[in-house]
Design a binder for this molecule. Structure first.
Ligand code: TYD
Ligand code: MG
Length: 480
């Protein structure tokens, strides 16, 4: 038998060294070496004769259909891709105190009450059973047949789960409090978190159980260590929101069994989380009557349209380098829109501070917001409001062109549904006959732009100052 060989592998970059060293020469990471012993390291590799051949199945073969376990909480089920998949592991990450325990307790109660899973277990490493009960009672869930335990030892947890009548869904709150007793390190360290998660995931796959792991986000925005958990689980959901706001957003960032662009919207009340089926109304609820510097963006979050208000403020700066502050949008994207406005449209922004805010604390990632941001900026700059009841969307290119975005129809329908009457949108591609593609815009009057400069003309042509802009009306083509 070949002699056991040991080498030291950097856990950051994978470089292998013959000796342990404090710093990896290849990538410069400190303290990243882990000893790896391979017994048969030889030039011939593994001896295949000792393995057993795998029984291959055909892609078109018959399969047992996986039935998803739906909790009845529609906002959660949609984000998860239609319910929980058996034999899978989910990670629910978020800041401490954002409402992860609340959400999962409601989820557990929902699953148990609907009989979606034979047994649902909620294991808390942070709260005593009575504390969980107290919380459940406040939320009116005390009648749900959820099984509670307070434990932190993975060995004990595995022993309780791995039984013929064991639970089909288990919630571990939180993975940072769990420990495997064969490891020396303290709970919450990368080694413990990884080992604990590995044991739970292995059992979930083996038993057809769904494991939901709660993970606290560390200060750097990572889940315990260098995203160790994200790679191990099937689905990663983030629960986010601003402390000062009541609403919370559940976002899928990885999903082996569903889409990753869905969001679920909840509101935190004194009786737990309440689903928000119509988030546009929520995000627009505090909008004032037309003021300059505000534009309503018709966005898409996954399969759902979502209307949000974008606010901009341009003010003279006392600083040598004017301030650019963004909340809820990409700062680099703002810099680009500002540069295009300045270079292609002649908007004078030098020596001015620019502030941009997505109202309500939502985060927008879509490039389609470019035109709405530009409208808010131009509106603030010219001190004229964007016309009342108008939504805006469209992507902006570096040469100042306004580009088409997807789901135009759905965005416009949502706007019409919420009582908007106008939309500033990218020019639609003309068909060969010269007519624009048909759009179910209904009652909406469209201002179609091909270039960003045309947006400025809309504001320049507006001398009423109150939004019944002649400029806008003039440019509005016949709606299909
Ligand atoms: P929690 O679920 O404990 O957060 P996490 O598990 O992510 O750390 O939620 C804690 C916060 O939620 C706390 O500030 C109180 C608030 N909360 C309510 O406002 N209403 C409720 O019904 C519950 C259960 C919590
Ligand atoms: Mg908690």
């Amino acid at each position: 038998m070949a002699k056991a060989q040991s080498r030291f592998v950097c856990q950051q970059c994978g470089a292998s060294h013959p000796r342990w060293q404090g710093r990896c020469e290849a990538c410069g990471a400190w303290n990243s070496m882990v000893e790896e012993v391979s017994r048969e390291a030889g030039p011939r590799g593994l001896d295949a004769g000792k393995g057993k051949a795998l029984p291959f199945a055909r892609l078109d073969g018959a399969s047992t259909r996986l039935t998803r376990r739906a909790s009845g909480i529609a906002e959660f089920d949609r984000v998860a891709g239609g319910g929980l998949v058996p034999a899978s592991a989910l990670l629910v990450g978020g800041d401490p105190g954002i409402g992860k325990s609340t959400l999962l307790l409601q989820l557990a109660a929902g699953l148990a009450a609907r009989g979606a899973a034979a047994r649902v277990a909620y294991i808390s490493g942070e709260e005593a059973v009575d504390q969980v009960r107290m919380r459940a009672a406040r939320m009116g869930l005390e009648g749900a047949p959820v099984e509670l335990a307070a434990a932190t030892s993975i060995r004990d947890i595995l022993a309780s789960l791995d039984r013929p009548d064991g639970p089909e869904v288990v919630i571990i709150d939180s993975i940072q409090t769990m420990y495997v007793d064969s490891l020396e390190s303290a709970p919450g360290t990368v080694a413990q978190v990884r080992a604990s998660a590995q044991e739970l995931i292995r059992l979930a796959k083996q038993r057809g159980m769904t494991a939901l792991l709660v993970g606290h986000v560390t200060k750097e925005g990572l889940i315990a260590g260098p995203r160790v958990l994200e790679h191990m689980v099937d689905t990663v959901l983030y629960f986010e929101g601003e402390r000062g706001h009541q609403f919370r957003i559940l976002r899928a960032v990885k999903n082996r069994f569903g889409p990753t662009d869905e969001i679920g919207v909840f509101e935190m009340t004194d009786r737990g989380l309440v689903e928000i089926g119509n988030p546009s109304a929520l995000f627009l609820s505090e909008r004032e009557q037309p003021v300059s510097g505000s534009a309503v963006f018709a966005g898409m979050e996954g399969t759902r349209p979502l209307l949000v208000e974008i606010q901009a403020l341009i003010a003279p700066s006392a600083l040598a380098t004017p301030r650019r502050a963004v909340v809820g949008w990409d700062a680099a994207r703002l810099a680009m829109v500002l540069a295009v406005l300045e270079a292609r449209c002649g908007l004078a922004l030098a020596g001015r501070d620019v502030y941009l805010n997505v109202a309500g604390g939502l985060r927008i990632a879509e490039p389609a917001a470019d035109l709405a941001v530009a409208a808010a900026l131009v509106s603030s700059h010219s001190d004229r409001p964007v016309p009342a009841e108008t939504v805006v969307f469209g992507e902006i290119g570096l040469s100042g062109e306004v580009r088409a975005v997807n789901h135009m129809d759905q965005r416009l329908k949502e706007a019409a549904r919420l009582g908007f009457t106008r939309a500033i949108v990218p020019r639609r591609p003309r068909a060969r006959g010269g007519a624009a593609a048909a759009l179910g815009a209904g009652a909406l009057r469209l201002s179609e732009l091909a270039r960003l400069g045309e947006l400025l003309e809309l504001f320049a042509g507006d001398d009423s100052g109150r939004g019944n802009s002649r400029g806008l009306a003039k440019r509005t083509p016949q709606s299909a």
